[in-house]
Design a protein around this ligand. Structure first.
Ligand code: SF4
Length: 368
């Protein structure tokens, strides 16, 4: 089915100041010449896609990484202007991910002037010991000053990333981190559980890291949901919480199966029912190689999986009667045990259900 809704554009900046020990994203410390070459390739790819998708407008732009703020404000502004031109972007959400150590009046001034209206700050924890264990160098005072600088530049919509299950974390340090976010008055919090990804330093040294056990992490997640709700951040997705009206419009496109285009190595796209991606290789991207076709997207299993990430849950009217009856039959054991609950349109997972969402979704989409 052809979907001609406005596009979301994701642009990947693969450079970081240093490599964090838990990180599996496609990112590395780039030299100045590498950055210049990449920016030139990025701009020409943006212009290529603008022509290839002629007539498609965009209303969200998300610059992520890596660490976009490892580039200068002027460099980022050039990328943003290129994307706005290519996709007739006049109004919408423009987000840039920033590392607190890079924040400055100049950076936010340049971003604000180029139309950026949302900043995503990689804080991870308000506890400086935890932050250092994660490879982060800026202290929590620096995070507070970043939020002030962004607001002074006119960027009020600020999201903060925090992590659950990090070395030495306790329920009490997590509570302090959540309170710290609320006290800064940010509009959005993303709370991700640490995953040990193969190949990372953390994966190889897990035994030595003093990681909280699974039960403690589960307890932290439930407490995080509860506390954020008390501070006025409504959960709208497994890991995302927002003040009313501040949900990430760009990320919602992923979960609602709307079209998005990802530009840059490792970036994924979903357009007109097809999924494709650029390999994790900057050189192949710079050689203007075509992205790789992945698969047809939007099958019923994928719609179940994505909808159940969201707090609004699954709308059964999107499925035919036999599928809908089957899903209702299978979810019953979970609604009976408070892992899921019925809604006016279908059902959704509860926070307790989000903790085991892979198992529940696997069960729902299993055709045996
Ligand atoms: S700053 Fe972000 S993308 Fe870069 S290494 Fe650290 S976690 Fe990975």
């Amino acid at each position: 089915m052809m979907n001609k809704s406005n596009l979301g554009i994701y642009i990947h900046i693969p450079f970081c100041r240093s490599k964090c020990p838990y990180c599996d994203f496609y990112s590395f410390v780039g030299a100045d010449e590498e950055k210049a070459e990449y920016l030139a390739a990025l701009k020409s790819s943006i212009s290529y896609w603008g022509k290839a998708l002629l007539g498609r407008k965009a209303d969200t732009l998300y610059i992520g990484g890596g660490t976009p703020s490892s580039l200068s404000g002027e460099e980022l502004a050039e990328v943003i202007h290129a994307a706005k031109r290519a996709f007739s972007f006049t109004e919408g959400e423009i987000t840039v991910e920033c590392n607190p150590r890079d924040c400055s009046e100049e950076l936010f001034g340049a971003l604000s002037t180029s139309g950026v209206n949302r900043i995503s700050l990689g804080m991870q924890s308000a506890n400086d010991i935890e932050r250092r264990a994660l490879g982060r160098t800026a202290d929590s005072e620096k995070v507070i000053s970043c939020v002030k600088l962004a607001k002074n530049a006119g960027i009020d919509n600020i999201s903060v990333d925090i992590m659950l299950g990090v070395p030495k974390q306790t329920l009490s340090t997590l509570e302090n981190t959540v309170k710290f976010c609320a006290d800064m008055g940010v509009s959005h919090v993303s709370a991700y559980m640490l995953k040990l990804e193969p190949g990372t330093y953390y994966y190889k040294n897990a035994e030595r890291l003093s990681l909280p056990d699974d039960d403690s992490v589960a307890q932290m997640y439930l407490r995080c949901v509860e506390l954020l709700s008390q501070y006025g951040y409504k959960q709208y997705e497994i890991s995302n919480f927002a003040k009313p009206g501040f949900e990430s419009k760009h990320n919602l496109k992923y979960w609602k199966l709307e079209d998005y285009l990802g530009i840059g190595p490792s970036a994924h796209s979903f357009i007109d029912g097809k999924r494709f991606y650029y390999p994790r290789d900057i050189k192949s991207f710079e050689s203007a190689l075509e992205p790789v076709f992945d698969c047809e997207g939007g099958e019923w299993q994928e719609r179940v999986m994505l909808a159940l990430r969201l707090s609004e849950g699954l709308d059964l009217s999107e499925f035919d009667k036999s599928r809908s009856d089957e899903l209702l039959r299978k979810i019953k054991v979970y609604t009976d045990n408070s892992f899921a609950e019925r809604t006016a349109k279908g059902f959704r997972l509860t926070p307790k259900g989000f903790l085991v969402s892979n198992t529940i979704i696997g069960d729902l989409v299993d055709s045996q």
